[in-house]
Design a protein around this ligand. Structure first.
Ligand code: S3P
Length: 442
């Protein structure tokens, strides 16, 4: 099993780029495959999760070609030879999404309205993740989807492998019971193949990359889609992933004299909860050069800590309510920052963390506790008391990339050596993480 050894550091320095945005990379493969003509993607993320999406579409008969644009930045150009809205063909074998929840949920939406049947599954973590949240609305649209059933707390639940018998489906209006971009997107993608109009209504806004990309391809605006329309391929440029940048941003903020610039980072307002929360905690950094390319905002994050700043501590805050979906993937690294903040950080309304790649409330709490952190688990969040001097320990990722990277950053400020077990999972979202970390620790 791979592991990562991290030693204490007092600063991280450099001008860096992080790999492309994972959510946008998945969506561009899907829409590129369904568009007519060649979609050229600049800055595509060649990580395990996105490559699983590529392989699934290859099995559905779509040709794709990739070229490394910049080895250091892991930036790839991907060319997708789209065959139009009705261009997918019956896959020969089972579609395998690996560890990627976004792939299985969004693709199930696409597969529901095809004129062929398919089976889709993933690794052991995927087979434990709830699928009823997409199966229920898709069945309302007329889809025929079967999975592995069970009852959880009196409710019917369904898990992968999913058997999808392609059907004629119809548009619906659906009120999202949980803030989930994966559920919203699965329904909107199914809507492309449905008779009539499909609309998703959400109380708390989740990431809106699907809506932005639908608009960019000229399919529609907002969460509404009229089915049966063809659309043309377009060139698209993917920004760096803010969820990946977050590890380096927090690293720079909790070490002493860091000077760090992160270029071309996605700044979609439905994703920038981490920036708002860190500012509320009293962190000093700037966001500059904002611009919109291919419908997605991006800019530069600039951290310059002098010894004067090193006296300014982060302070504990309460995180709850509408901001939760805007920061959903960043709670593990926020927990690390909170161990260094003065006072109590209270996270509530984040029960969704329990059904991510791991139960992130349980996994980050138990591993940071091994390093000396004071964390209390709540059913829907955590209470973290700081500041605590962390100590090096032997910790594990539970096969969850964001837990692995958060613990690596915690290791930078711990006394002694931190050994993180089971770190191959980092490849699912951030190829080159370890190398980039070493390069910034000069
Ligand atoms: C994602 C949506 C979020 C997020 C995941 C990526 C997406 O999941 O946690 O990493 O690309 O749509 P949920 O929709 O389950 O909140």
């Amino acid at each position: 099993m791979t592991h990562l050894v991290v030693k204490p550091a007092d600063k991280i320095t450099g001008e860096i780029h992080v790999p492309g945005d994972k959510s946008i990379s998945h969506r561009v493969i899907m829409l590129g495959a369904l568009a007519k003509g060649e979609t050229v993607v600049k800055g595509f993320l060649p990580s395990g999760d996105c490559l699983a999406t590529v392989e699934c579409f290859r099995k559905l008969g779509i040709e794709m070609e990739s070229r490394m644009l910049n080895v250091e930045r892991r930036a790839q150009e991907l060319i997708i030879r789209g065959k139009g809205r009705r261009g997918l063909s019956q896959p020969k074998g089972i579609l395998n999404v690996g560890n990627s929840g976004t792939t299985i949920r969004l693709m199930t939406g696409i597969l529901a309205g095809q004129d062929f049947s398919s089976e889709i599954t993933g690794d052991s973590s995927i087979q434990k993740r709830p699928m009823m949240r997409i199966v229920k609305p898709l069945r309302e649209m007329g889809a025929n989807i079967e999975g592995q059933g069970s009852r959880v707390k009196g409710q019917e639940e369904v898990y992968a492998p999913l058997l999808i018998r392609g059907q004629k489906i119809k548009g619906i209006t659906y009120d999202l019971p949980v803030a989930s971009a994966q559920v919203k997107s699965a329904i909107m993608l199914a809507g492309l193949f449905a008779v009539g109009t499909t609309q998703v209504i959400e109380k708390n806004k989740s990431r809106d990359h699907t809506e932005r990309m639908f608009e960019y391809f000229g399919i529609g605006t907002g969460c509404e889609v009229s089915g049966m329309r063809e659309f043309e391929a377009r060139e698209i440029n993917v920004p760096g992933d803010l969820s990946s940048a977050a590890f380096f941003l927090v690293a720079a903020l909790i070490t002493y004299s860091s000077q760090l610039t992160i270029h071309n980072v996605g700044l979609n307002p439905t994703r920038t909860g981490i920036i708002d929360v860190l500012h509320r905690m009293g962190a000093e950094f700037e966001v500059r050069d904002e611009q919109i390319i291919s419908g997605e905002p991006r800019g530069t994050i600039f951290v310059s800590r002098t010894f004067e700043h090193s006296n300014i501590r982060l302070k504990g805050i309460k995180i709850d309510g509408e901001i939760v979906p805007r920061i959903i993937d960043e709670f593990p690294i926020i927990a690390v920052a909170a161990t260094q903040a003065e006072g109590i950080t209270e996270i509530r309304g984040a029960r969704e963390l329990r059904i991510k790649e791991s139960d992130r409330i349980a996994t980050i709490s138990s591993e940071l506790r091994k390093m000396g952190a004071k964390i209390q688990e709540l059913d829907d969040g955590m209470i973290i008391e700081g500041p605590t001097k962390l100590k090096g320990a032997k910790v594990k990722s539970y096969g969850d990339h964001r837990i692995a990277m958060s613990l690596a950053i915690a290791g930078l400020i711990a006394d002694g050596e931190t050994i993180i077990d089971d770190t191959a999972c980092i490849e699912t979202s951030f190829p080159g993480f370890e190398k980039l970390l070493h390069e910034t620790l000069v």
